[in-house]
Design a protein around this ligand. Structure first.
Ligand code: CA
Ligand code: CA
Length: 188
């Protein structure tokens, strides 16, 4: 009887332990599953936010490209050419205007290129007010690509601007007397 009782007790203890073990394992699975779900949700949220940022950036970029495209279409293709005769700044400007163009306006670094090998008039001057440089469309100069020491308004008589291609491309403007004769850098 004693022996049987002992066996029954052992069985009972083993069963209880087994029950606890199974419960622990199933509980662990539940926790793992829950943690996995939370991680997935977090990843989905982060991915969604990143995609939203990318979409916003791409939309901004698309809008900017559309604006640039519209602006180019409005202006049409830009064409540069050089006058064929040596003339004063005003006469060079007239030469350009007679051909549906004007002296060039260089308001970006991209346009500050040396297309020609000789010195040419550009569409910039301070004839109206000394020291206040204006383009031929009456806009004020914002960024200049001056040669060292220029503009110096030498002898108080230098109001028209030339481009000197033999100098570094971002430092080759000089003011000169408007009556000097040069070819004009025209933009159509
Ligand atoms: Ca001047
Ligand atoms: Ca000068």
């Amino acid at each position: 009887v004693c022996f049987c009782f002992y066996i029954k007790s052992i069985n009972s203890i083993c069963f209880s332990w087994l029950h606890i073990l199974l419960y622990s394992i199933s509980r662990s699975f539940v926790i793992i599953e829950q943690t996995f779900k939370e991680h997935c949700q977090l990843l989905r949220k982060v991915k969604f936010e990143m995609l939203t940022i990318i979409i916003i950036n791409l939309t901004d970029e698309k809008d900017q490209l559309q604006r640039d495209f519209d602006s180019l279409n409005k202006k049409g293709p830009v064409c540069f050419f050089k006058s064929t005769e040596l003339k004063s700044w005003s006469d060079s400007r007239q030469y350009c205007r007679d051909r549906g163009a004007d002296l060039v306006i260089i308001n970006t670094e991209e346009k500050q290129v040396s297309l020609f090998s000789e010195r040419v008039w550009i569409g910039l001057s301070d004839t109206e007010n000394e020291g206040i440089m204006k383009w031929v469309d009456n806009s004020r100069l914002k960024q200049g690509f001056w040669h060292n020491g220029e503009p110096n308004n030498q002898d108080g008589n230098e109001d028209c601007i030339e481009l000197m291609p033999s100098n570094p491309v971002l430092n080759n403007w000089n003011d000169l007397p408007c009556s000097q004769e040069k070819k004009g850098f025209c933009e159509k």
